[in-house]
Design a protein around this ligand. Sequence first.
Ligand SMILES: *[C@@H]1O[C@H](CO)[C@@H](O)[C@H](O)[C@H]1NC(C)=O
Ligand SMILES: *[C@@H]1O[C@H](CO)[C@@H](O)[C@H](O)[C@H]1NC(C)=O
Ligand SMILES: *[C@@H]1O[C@H](CO)[C@@H](O)[C@H](O)[C@H]1NC(C)=O
Ligand SMILES: *[C@@H]1O[C@H](CO)[C@@H](O)[C@H](O)[C@H]1NC(C)=O
Ligand SMILES: *[C@@H]1O[C@H](CO)[C@@H](O)[C@H](O)[C@H]1NC(C)=O
Ligand SMILES: *[C@@H]1O[C@H](CO)[C@@H](O)[C@H](O)[C@H]1NC(C)=O
Length: 447
Amino acid sequence: MLFMLILISQALGDQIVLTQILWRNGACTPIYCNWKCKEFEQQGMLNGYLTPIGTRQHYVLGQWLRKRYIEDMKLLSQFYNEAEIYIESTDVNRTILSALSNFQGMYPMGTGPKINTNLNHSYLLPPNQKEFEDFGDEALPGLQQAVPVHVREKQQDIYLRGYDAQACPRNEEFRISNVNSKLYYEINDRAQSLISDFAQQLGIVASQLNITDLYYYQDTFDSCQQNGYDLPKLKESTKSQMQLLQYLYFSLEHNIDFEQTCLLATPFFTNVLLNMENKINNQTEHKFRIFSAHAATVQLILNALNLTSVECVKQVYFKEEVQNKNCIYTFPGYASNIIFELYRKLGHENKYYVQVLYNGTLMPICNNKYKCDYEEFRAIIQFQNIKNYEDECLIFPKIKKHAAPFLLQAISVEITILFIISFCIVYLLRRQRKLEEYTKIIEQFDA
Ligand SMILES: *[C@@H]1O[C@H](CO)[C@@H](O)[C@H](O)[C@H]1NC(C)=O
Ligand SMILES: *[C@@H]1O[C@H](CO)[C@@H](O)[C@H](O)[C@H]1NC(C)=O
Ligand SMILES: *[C@@H]1O[C@H](CO)[C@@H](O)[C@H](O)[C@H]1NC(C)=O
Ligand SMILES: *[C@@H]1O[C@H](CO)[C@@H](O)[C@H](O)[C@H]1NC(C)=O
Ligand SMILES: *[C@@H]1O[C@H](CO)[C@@H](O)[C@H](O)[C@H]1NC(C)=O
Ligand SMILES: *[C@@H]1O[C@H](CO)[C@@H](O)[C@H](O)[C@H]1NC(C)=O
């Protein structure tokens, strides 16, 4: 019913003006050294490279985005328009490649730029090439479309990898305390039978294993499953318990409490709100912004939107009653994605609302609403954003920023003092001379 109403109102002309998408990379090779480690290592695979499967996943997601935003909603131009689209990625091969693959789906072969064929052909060649290969009017063969992807180095990437110690040093403290928390040991104790069962099936020693290791194993299994690499033969019940534990462990390690979540999510949300604000004030032509990132980024933002939490995942795991009815308790798998859409209301030129989709499904936000007035969305997010992010994260350049004006002040004070002292000296010297001259004159008179 609610969905119908939303659909109808949008059909009647609420107008989408901006879409921002955060996604995780597609399927990749394993990262952790556990299952078949030697084999993967020998083939140079233990790096989390995007695989052909992951490439395809993002290409198909790109097709889905094309259908929604180019064909159905007509938010974007039929052909790629640089002014409309801005793509950011973490500085990691698999996320950059995910973004590039995705845009091949959004702007597929045949949509790329054409050249003016009346032009002198020599203009089509770089200075080191004299031979001419004729592609007709296709700038790139097959009319492919290339797109720019922006990255920040890890240390600066507080927006998409704020959970990394290099971006927010404070988070390392949180992480360490999370994996040494009471909850960690509680879950670890409750997982003992799973651990011994799992170890037995794999033929490994159980005594060394804890839930961290099980999480690492499951991460490798995800990669094997998705890419068709060999998998161990595990009982179905073990498999499903492993998957549930994977997400519980992940939430536990990354977002044990809401304050930590708010801190880490602050730069991302500041960015998202600023983009909306700029759109509403007609200060940008961008209509489509991409954040190509990681499972931890997606899970952080789901947490910050109250769509999941370590409590509710724990309740699911322990088969307790789940308080948060919206609780997402599955791990954000490859190419999982969160979309923030901003709409202008029909007949209200200055009224806007926000919708959030997860994996393409509308999610309840702002106390269980599928459509949240922009003002309310902004108020809620701004309220939970941390005001002094850099201090809380123990980011040190801030201190340098303070140091600079301080140093300048100190120097100017010193110069002033020096000036006053030298003025005094000059004055005193002159006075002394005058005094001497005066004494001489007196002496002459006396003589
Ligand atoms: C990304 O690709 C480059 C070039 O192929 C490679 O040197 C580098 O190790 C890769 N980075 C990671 C983190 O795998
Ligand atoms: C094309 O431009 C090149 C270099 O500017 C020039 O040498 C050549 O004569 C031009 N060809 C024609 C057909 O105008
Ligand atoms: C769990 O295992 C990991 C990796 O084997 C280890 O680094 C960590 O210290 C262990 N954690 C606890 C709380 O025992
Ligand atoms: C922005 O543009 C829209 C549509 O062109 C207009 O209705 C709205 O009043 C403008 N907003 C501002 C803040 O200028
Ligand atoms: C999430 O829940 C907390 C605690 O109830 C609340 O303060 C916060 O505003 C909520 N945030 C969002 C985005 O709904
Ligand atoms: C979202 O998509 C990912 C990737 O397919 C999947 O692992 C996850 O379970 C999905 N979550 C929900 C709630 O749809």
